[in-house]
Design a binder for this molecule. Sequence first.
Ligand code: C5P
Length: 285
Amino acid sequence: MEPAWAKLNLSLDVLGARPDGFHDLRMVMQSVDLHDDVTVTLDDTGTCRAETNRSYLPCGADNVAVRAAQVFLSRAGLTCGVHIRLHKRIPVCAGLGGGSSDAAAVLRALERLTGAGFTRTQLEEMGAEIGSDVPYCVAGGTVLAEGRGERLTPVTPMPRLPVVICKPDFPISTPELFHRVDARTSRCRPDTEGICAALADGDMPRLARRMYNVFEDVLTHREGEIAAIKSRLLDGGALGAVMSGTGSAVFGLFADADSAAYTKRRLARDYQECFLTETIARLEI
Ligand code: C5P
């Protein structure tokens, strides 16, 4: 079994639109203990397919985990079949990188199973063909991601801290949010350098105060629940709270496990998808 860890965006900045239809981003990413279980087996069927505990997810080439297997086999020149069992815990359409992380776990598992001899950088390059967050998910940890998301610079790892994640039950369209950001003329920017400096100093309250996601500035009234969840996380004692990626999950970073557990229990009365988890400094890959 290969764990596929969820990611958080401690900060997310959109620098501008690119000619290829994507955007240049600048974001500090962080892995958490919340994970899917990905079990990969090789067979002689000659096809790649997935089976999941979420009936609404596709099982063929529309599933990014299957796409990852196809990209890997084609790069390795292999013709075997691949079966992928996904036990999902990470909420879907949440901004927590669930699908990207499953895809990255498939790349790591196939490298181990086939002994193809790809380096981590080569796996990250394959990841970039599959989705913008996949390169980061190959190794995870605390990383500054730039470009489309494929230019990765490790920063000082974050110590283990409790995190409460809450996902309201509406999705937010990723392309739609990018459109809304493009339409803006002036906007606030996250203090990415300040966040990296706070990590280097081990000053988590300073880091948490600087967490910022530009997509929050373009949320509509209909998405007002995001702000309400943030307030509840902060009222519960979070050092800081912010939406992850293009949402709709929101997370709060806590200094102590008791207030995190209490806040999670309170939110779980109103939201089905609430998680108490922890940041992880480095993945064992
Ligand atoms: O790469 P991925 O499939 O995750 O991207 C989903 C969508 O998010 C893209 O189709 C694009 O609209 C938007 N996106 C972007 N710039 C990025 C990453 C994603 O515009 N760097």
